[in-house]
Design a protein around this ligand. Structure first.
Ligand code: 1CP
Length: 367
């Protein structure tokens, strides 16, 4: 397949650095270190994507997977929300399913069905099909995208975030083959074949560690782990099948890169917080079901919280209400150990002017 990608040119028109940032140390990194700040850093999960006309224009020229696999284009769409809204952090454009593709699962993406694996893991024997890979070689497109982004963000005060799916969520995609829906296959393995599931989780965990390590070497300054489907696991199984593997990833990354912060996002984490607090993560990204100020008491002192404006609030037509909800979120987050984000990702069809309003509200905030 031939691809006609636009050549990447340094844009030079990124927002000016945060004025009070000494030596341009990104505000996000300062917040993650626990510094007291005038205002919190702001970024949004899924800040690049379908809600932006500029992204849709790129999608007319490229499939979703082409964007992920072509560094010049991945960088172009990673930069779009920074240029338009002035976020304080940039999350590299990729997808949590990319490393599963590198392990041998055949990934296709259609507009109707979203991501789908043609050969999901359904039998214990299928585990033999999953192979290791060298992220530097087999995901060289991601490595190059990160290197180009770091170069682009130099001296802007914008931090670069790399990411991976956490083991449970990746294992469930490998088992379901597509969107989670009922989680039938993942739950069957959980209840009937726990040993095989542990084997799958261990294989994926080793991969996630190498994959994040490679992203850090390529320039990622922070790693966020997405455990989108962790909140759907029955409590009796949670620690052994979800959290134990999150902990392995976090502990391995912290041992190798003590100064690189790890953020963990667990969707539907209300009720799991006292358990999650045992993790060695630097920052916990909470969804909108939890109040940040109440959650803070459940975590050890020095823990950074991230979140958690309801993504659907960005559909409000009442701008004053949206501004008030944004300010209430900051007030609950606090003056230190806090990073502004949504409770989950920016949704398709979100009005762009509301994303701008939220970012401006935060940038105008003074404690
Ligand atoms: O053009 C398109 O239609 C593609 C839509 C799209 C986009 C923009 C997908 C398909 N992935 C992405 C990018 C993406 N995915 C990013 C980019 C960086 C950014 O945040 O700006 C990130 C961090 C992800 C992570 C991701 N992918 C998660 C975890 C976060 C979350 O939202 O829960 C998950 C679960 C996925 C799987 C995925 N990829 C895409 C879709 C539609 C889905 C969901 C599939 C399902 O229904 O389960």
């Amino acid at each position: 397949m031939t691809m006609t990608s636009t050549r990447y040119q340094p844009t030079g028109n990124l927002p000016t650095p945060y004025a009070e940032t000494p030596n341009f140390e990104p505000l996000l990194l300062r917040a993650l270190k626990g510094e007291t700040l005038e205002r919190p850093p702001v970024w949004m999960m899924r800040q690049a994507g379908r809600y932006m006309p500029q992204y849709q224009a790129v999608r007319k020229r490229h499939t979703f997977l082409e964007i992920c696999h072509t560094p010049e284009v991945a960088v172009e769409v990673t930069l779009q929300p920074l240029q338009q809204f002035g976020f304080d952090a940039s999350i590299i454009f990729s997808d949590i399913l990319i490393p599963l593709q590198a392990m041998g699962l055949e990934l296709a993406f259609t507009d109707e069905k979203g991501p789908q694996f043609a050969n999901p893991v359904r039998h214990v024997d299928d585990l033999k099909r999953l192979h290791g890979f060298d992220p530097m070689v087999d995901c060289d497109f991601l490595i190059k995208s990160l290197q180009m982004m770091r170069h682009e963000l130099k001296d802007t005060g914008i931090a670069l975030i790399g990411f991976a799916g956490a083991p449970w969520t990746l294992a469930s995609y490998a088992l379901e083959g597509c969107s989670w829906k009922t989680g039938r296959f993942s739950k069957q393995w959980l209840f009937e074949q726990p040993e095989a599931l542990h084997q799958l989780l261990a294989t994926i965990t080793a991969m996630v560690i190498d994959y994040c390590d490679a992203q850090i070497q390529a320039g990622a300054q922070v790693i966020q782990l997405f455990d989108t489907w962790a909140g759907n696991v029955p409590t009796a199984y949670y620690e052994a099948f979800v959290q134990a593997y999150q902990a392995q990833v976090i502990d391995a990354l912290k041992a190798k890169h003590p100064t690189v912060a790890v953020i963990i996002f667990v969707k539907h984490s209300r009720g799991l917080l006292p358990t999650m607090a045992k993790l060695n993560a630097d920052c916990f990204s909470l969804d909108e079901l939890t109040r940040l100020d109440e959650a803070r008491n459940l975590f050890p002192a020095g823990t950074v919280l991230q979140g958690n404006l309801d993504s659907t609030a960005l559909f409000l037509t009442d701008k004053a209400k949206l501004q008030a909800l944004t300010e209430a979120t900051i007030a609950q987050g606090g003056q230190s150990h806090y990073v502004f984000n949504l409770g989950h990702g920016v949704l398709p069809l979100t009005p762009v002017e509301n994303v701008a309003l939220v970012v401006d509200t935060i940038k105008n905030w003074h404690w």
